[in-house]
Design a protein around this ligand. Structure first.
Ligand code: BYC
Length: 329
């Protein structure tokens, strides 16, 4: 398998012969499915790849709270408000597990968060789209958490121990999020009036393609995949995961009585998968460059939250110092 990756990888990978003894032992450990732990030796590029991916993942969880937070005051009932608040708190928790996993690699949380606030760090493209109606909250739970689960179920088996263990807990919570999102949409479609049904279809029309973009560029344009697959950080390719998501989501779409904004979406019995149309990759790369509908707003909101919370952090430090002095006296 390794030789094959060397042949097909977008970036050329080192062959086993070209590796140092330490690198070879590391690769053999990975091939034997033994997890890498924080204190084990690892190539610097493996460490940097993980810091990149885990920090982006953590930022996505934290920024992902914003489009949903926008609807807490407008949820249609107390029950829906409580569910939404619980979901948003779960996302904050996911961010915290992930920043902690990242710190085990020697990365500094404040530095990475500063990179997010200065607009330098990436986070999932999907969170740069607005949530315009209550149906969007259902669609985010169903499609966005649904796509995240497909990606994260595989990451439970990622080669780095702390990341893999964080994923196990996160996946359990994401499954609940996905179901509550779907239930919001099902309720609107089964019990709602025509305007509410139209809102559901409109939400799906707007969020369908951006959800497919969450899996990243197609395999031949994914510069990091070959090396990440060889290191078993990633265990399935962007396109494989995207296809799995589509295959499992279309029957749920049909049960809702809705359609996808893709005239080419149809079952291909020969392949045993759904065929689908062209993703607008220009739009994806524009969003990554900071030119999506909400990029600036998201980063500005995060920055404002940090500034607004400065007094709380200062008070907590002052209190801790006072307590420490008292204990020392
Ligand atoms: N958005 O070589 P590639 C959630 C970047 S949150 C932005 O394929 P890789 C939730 C990529 O980073 C769940 N950027 O990269 C929270 C790379 O850039 P750099 C979020 C993207 O890393 C709240 C470049 O494009 N999940 O569920 O091998 C409320 C080339 O790509 C995206 C995760 O973060 C994108 N969509 O594979 C509700 C999963 N796609 O760094 C819900 C963890 C690609 O080279 N991450 N890029 O400059 C991963 O699994 C992988 O990082 C990816 C990309 C599959 C996303």
């Amino acid at each position: 398998m390794y030789a094959q990756l060397v042949e097909t990888g977008v970036k050329r990978l080192k062959t086993l012969d070209e590796m140092s003894e330490q690198e070879r032992a590391f690769q053999e450990r990975i091939d034997a499915e033994i997890k890498i732990e924080a204190k084990n030796w690892m190539p610097d590029a493996y460490r940097q790849t993980l810091i990149r991916q885990i920090s982006q993942h953590a930022h996505s969880e934290i920024v992902g709270m914003l489009p949903e937070g926008n609807w807490v005051t407008r949820a249609p009932s107390l029950k829906r408000k409580l569910q939404l608040m619980a979901k948003i708190q779960d996302e904050a928790g996911h961010g915290l597990y992930l920043y902690s996993a990242m710190e085990t690699l020697g990365a500094d949380r404040d530095t990475e968060i500063e990179r997010l606030h200065s607009g330098k760090a990436k986070y999932s493209s999907i969170f740069n789209y607005p949530t315009l109606s209550w149906a969007d909250i259902g669609a985010v739970g169903w499609l966005v958490d649904g796509a995240a689960i497909v990606n994260q179920v595989v990451l439970q088996r990622t080669s780095y121990g702390p990341y893999s263990r964080a994923m196990i807990r996160i996946c359990k919570e994401e499954s609940f999020h996905q179901r509550q999102g779907y239930e919001i949409l099902l309720t609107m479609m089964r019990e709602g009036n025509q305007a509410q049904k139209d809102m559901v279809q409109d939400a799906i029309n707007r969020l369908w393609w951006p959800s497919l973009m969450m899996f990243g560029p197609s395999d031949e344009h994914s510069p990091n995949s070959a090396q990440s697959m060889a290191w078993k950080i990633k265990r399935q390719s962007n396109d494989e995961l995207r296809q799995r998501f589509i295959d499992q989501t279309v029957p749920q779409l049909e049960l809702l009585g809705c359609t996808a904004p893709d005239p080419e979406l149809k079952w291909n019995a020969e392949r045993g998968h759904y065929d689908f149309g062209q993703i607008q990759w220009d739009e994806f790369y524009e969003v990554l460059k900071g030119n999506g509908p909400c990029n600036q707003e998201r980063v500005a909101t995060r920055r404002q939250a940090i500034e607004d919370g400065a007094w709380v952090r200062a008070a907590a430090v002052a209190h801790a110092k006072k307590k420490a002095n008292k204990n020392a006296a």
